[in-house]
Write a protein that binds this ligand. Structure first.
Ligand code: G3P
Ligand code: CA
Length: 256
């Protein structure tokens, strides 16, 4: 297949056809080096060789999709309290580290479209459950013309199912931190997901093969330990989330 033909494929198609490559997923950008989930972290992730940029989203009081990991502001910003109790204007005033502003999902997607990078969008839907967050994410992805270049994931599998129901063309994945008895195939089938995303500790070569046989990609998270990364690569996974994208990129030979 020519390069031009490859570029026209959606991420869903590429996940099927590009078995054998390992996508480097910059976890919260490059959080091992930069304030997580900020533009400087996303830029650094790309510089260090990430193919996908992973981020987390919550909803503000006025319905904006805010890129931040926790449901509270306290750990990663100079603000306090719940994200959902603040308006976008209030959230804009906060420092998310090194003078970085919190971003909205559309802003990051616009940046990613210009850079031609895949965005791995994690819907954070617990312990706060946001009405309509799956639909809001889908509508934003479509509005910025990124349907073919994102994967939407969540520990809240109902949210994953909601994304697929609203737009089947968007790649989706189920997150979990356990070892299901069926390599996660049942979890994926229940939601229509294209990928399973186990915590790295639960990955086995056998489960990866079973998931692949079922047509599913396997994309564990998140480690920067070279020994663990090597084992994951050997097990045949398709993507790995890491806080240090350069470490994984170097293990893969440095080629994008
Ligand atoms: O990409 C999945 C991973 O980010 C899930 O865990 O807590 O880092 O969001 P967490
Ligand atoms: Ca995440």
């Amino acid at each position: 297949m020519t390069q031009a033909a490859t570029e026209r494929l959606s991420l869903r198609e590429r996940l099927q056809r590009e078995r054998g490559r390992v996508w480097v997923v910059g976890h919260r950008g490059a959080m091992g080096y930069c304030p997580e989930n900020t533009l400087v972290s996303f830029e650094r992730g790309l510089e260090l060789g990430a193919d996908w940029i992973e981020l987390d989203v919550h909803l503000s009081a006025d319905g904006a999709l805010i890129v931040i990991h926790d449901e509270t502001l306290d750990r990663t910003t100079n603000g306090h309290g719940l994200v959902r109790e603040h308006t976008l204007a209030q959230l804009r005033e906060l420092d998310a580290g090194q003078g970085q502003q919190l971003m909205t999902l559309p802003e990051v997607l616009e940046w990613a479209r210009a850079k031609d990078v895949v965005v791995d969008i994690e819907i954070k839907n617990a312990p706060i459950f946001y009405d309509g967050i799956s639909e809001a994410v889908v509508d934003v992805v479509k509005a910025v013309d990124m349907t073919d270049n994102v994967i939407v994931i969540s520990f809240d599998h109902a949210a994953v199912k909601g994304v697929k129901q609203r737009e089947p063309k968007i790649a989706t994945g189920v997150l979990y931190a356990c070892r299901p008895t069926d390599a996660g195939i049942g979890l994926a089938r229940a939601t229509g997901a294209d990928a399973v995303l186990p915590h790295w500790a639960y990955v086995t070569r056998e489960d990866v093969a079973l998931a692949h046989d079922a047509g599913l990609a396997v994309a564990p998270w998140a480690t920067s330990d070279p020994t663990i990364l090597r084992n994951l690569i050997t097990s045949g996974v398709d993507a790995i989330g890491t806080n240090h994208p350069d470490v994984l990129r170097n293990l893969l030979g440095g080629q994008r």
